[in-house]
Ligand binder design. Sequence first.
Ligand code: SAH
Length: 268
Amino acid sequence: MSAKVWLVGAGPGDPELLTLKAVRALNEADVVMIDDLVNDAVLEHCPRARIIAVGKRGGCRSTPQAFIHRLMLRYARQGKCVVRLKGGDPCIFGRGGEEAQWLRERGVKVELVNGITAGLAGATQCDIPLTLRGVARGVTLVTAHTQDGSSLNWKALAQGGTTLVVYMGVAKLSEIREQLLMGGMAADTPVAMIENASLPHQRECRSDLSAMEEDACAFQLKSPAILVIGTVAASTAAYAREEPENAVGCQAASVIVDDHRERTRSYS
Ligand code: SAH
């Protein structure tokens, strides 16, 4: 039997957002190597696997990437069913591409399984349509964090007319704000900051470009969080063709602290 590794997306946290294919891979796994952002609740789908935590959160003690590579290779060559389980989607800021290439160069078969990436899940959980006819013609996923310190083309992003979804942006709010304002984005562009998307302790903070740093600070926004920047990030009520009877109006540039479950109730 040839060596094989599954690179699987665990989705944003809610175990119900796992794909059926991910569940099948987990069910068959002998070894599951997990990242920090994977919700432990998904591990109930691994009845017989040895679970190895190989997380690497920004700023924390991390498992060297070379060690992770070698461990996957060792187990795969032993004929074990190896699942490398990553938060969200393995190929969206998840090193899935790097790991797949490294393994394939060593003759290991790799099967990639999509997960729902945090940016999509976070927006959906907050009723934000990332694209919307006549409002947002596209969506751009970016990370504010680079290893080599290189910068994004913020001007192009500011003027691109697409909704921006920013990953790993909590520590970079000041830079993001400055660069987008300098790039020509309107100061009152709506911003939604979504922490722990899809988890029971999800929180969302609505603001706008000029006030987002201050509002995030007052809200004590913490990682993991994604930022959705663009007209679509205004309160749902601003878009609803038929507003729910009990919809609460949008307060631009104010912080709306929202408990996910209460919100679901008030819109149902
Ligand atoms: N591969 C992952 C992204 C990993 S990068 C994916 O596709 O989702 C890590 C960043 O993802 C975090 O800093 C944060 O910006 C975002 N993130 C991951 N899980 C999240 C969650 N449940 N809620 C909000 N943001 C999340």
